[in-house]
Design a protein. Structure first.
Length: 115
């Protein structure tokens, strides 16, 4: 089992920045990929960005050039640096890790972009 705990959400004005972090505990060896999804009110949960072990990062078109996803050297923490935030980025952001084909989710952290 892999447990994920997110942190770093909050309220920010349009154009501002936030950094989310997600720490994995439990059976953390050989986690294949880690990344972020988000769910806005009344909408489905959408993929945002992810980084696989030994490979590069990939991004949804809606955040490309504004968000940066990264993993630490031990590959047990994933971060999401969000710049130039827009009102439409408002959502609950979920961390996701995949190990041996099984997906694990964090509890979510709220990001609100509003003036």
């Amino acid at each position: 089992q892999v447990q994920l705990v997110e942190s770093g959400g909050g309220l920010v004005q349009p154009g501002g920045s936030l950094r989310l972090s997600c720490a994995a505990t439990g059976s953390i060896l050989a986690i294949d990929s880690m990344g972020w999804y988000r769910q806005a009110p009344g909408k489905e949960r959408d993929w945002v960005a992810s980084v696989a072990r030994g490979r590069g990062s990939i991004y949804a078109d809606s955040v490309k050039g504004r968000f940066t996803v990264s993993r630490d050297g031990a590959e047990t923490t994933v971060s999401l640096q969000m710049n130039s935030l827009k009102v439409e980025d408002t959502a609950v952001y979920y961390c996701r890790a995949v190990k041996n084909g099984v997906a694990y989710w964090g509890q979510g952290t709220q990001v609100t972009v509003s003036s």
